[in-house]
Design a protein around this ligand. Structure first.
Ligand code: ADP
Ligand code: MG
Length: 212
C-alpha cells in the first residue's frame, strides 16, 4: 500500500469533518473535566488545514508534517495546539524526504509523535490525556507488525487500540491537563483530548484501508 502526501491531506479533511460534527459531545466532555474549549480549539486548527489544503499538496512528507505542525500550533491554542505542533514537528524528522507512507512508516510516525508530545507536555501514558489513545494505538500497530499481520489486520488493530486507549481514560485520575485540578481528577469522564485523538486515528485507519 502506498499512501501519498495528497492522500494524507485528504485524510486531514476527513478528520476535520468528524471533529466538526462532534461539537456538542467534545465541548461537554471538556466542560466536565476542563474549561470547555477543546472542541473549539481543535475545530479551528483542523478547519485551517481544510482552508489551506491546496497549499499542503505536492510536498514531501517531512514538508507536509512541518506545515501541519506549524498550522496547528498557530491556530489551535490551548495546550493541545502546542502538543499537536510538537507531535507533527517530531514526526517530520523521522519521515525523511519520502512522499509515500505505509504501515511501517506510520509505526515510526506514531512513535515520534508520542515522543514529541511527552517531551513537550512532560507527560506519558496513564495520565488521562490524548497520549493514552495514541500510545495504545501505536502499541497495537507495533505488535501487529511484529506478529506479521498484513496491512489490513495491522490497521484494524491500530484502530481498536486507539479506541481502547480512549476508553481507558474514563477510569484514570488525571495527572496532566486541567482535569488534574478538579476534585475528582476527572474520574468517570473520558478525556476530551483522548477522544479527538481517537477521531483522527480512526479516520486515518479508514483512509489507509481504502487505499489498499
Ligand atoms: P487546555 O487544557 O489548555 O484548555 P485543550 O482543551 O485544547 O487545552 O486540550 C486539552 C487536552 O489536552 C486534554 O484533554 C488532554 O488530552 C491534553 N493535554 C493537556 N495537557 C497535556 C499534557 N501535559 N500532555 C499531554 N496531553 C495533554
Ligand atoms: Mg480546554
Amino acid at each position: 500500500m502506498t499512501f501519498s502526501v495528497n492522500d494524507y491531506v485528504d485524510y486531514c479533511v476527513c478528520a476535520a469533518a468528524l471533529i466538526s460534527e462532534n461539537k456538542d459531545y467534545i465541548t461537554e466532555l471538556d466542560a466536565a473535566t476542563g474549561d470547555g474549549d477543546h472542541w473549539a480549539n481543535m475545530n479551528l486548527g483542523f478547519q485551517k488545514l481544510v482552508d489551506s489544503n491546496q497549499a499542503l499538496r505536492g510536498e514531501s512528507y517531512s514538508g507536509l508534517f512541518k506545515k501541519i505542525g506549524m498550522t496547528l500550533m498557530g491556530t489551535i491554542g490551548g495546550s493541545s495546539g502546542v502538543l499537536y505542533g510538537s507531535a507533527y514537528l517530531s514526526a517530520a524528522k523521522v519521515v525523511g524526504d519520502t512522499d509515500e507512507m505505509d504501515v511501517r512508516i506510520l509505526n515510526q510516525v506514531l512513535s515520534a509523535m508520542i515522543e514529541g508530545i511527552c517531551e513537550r507536555g512532560n507527560s506519558g501514558p496513564g495520565m488521562k490525556t490524548m497520549i493514552d489513545t495514541l500510545d495504545a494505538a501505536a502499541g497495537e500497530l507495533k505488535a501487529a507488525l511484529a506478529e506479521g499481520l498484513d496491512e489490513e489486520g495491522a490497521l484494524r488493530r491500530m484502530e481498536r487500540g486507539a479506541k481502547r486507549g480512549m476508553e481507558s481514560t474514563a477510569r484514570m485520575a488525571a495527572v496532566r491537563g486541567r482535569a488534574y485540578y478538579q476534585a475528582d481528577k476527572g474520574v468517570g469522564h473520558l478525556d476530551p483530548g483522548a477522544v479527538t485523538m481517537y477521531y483522527q486515528l480512526k479516520t486515518l485507519a479508514e483512509c489507509m484501508l481504502k487505499k489498499r
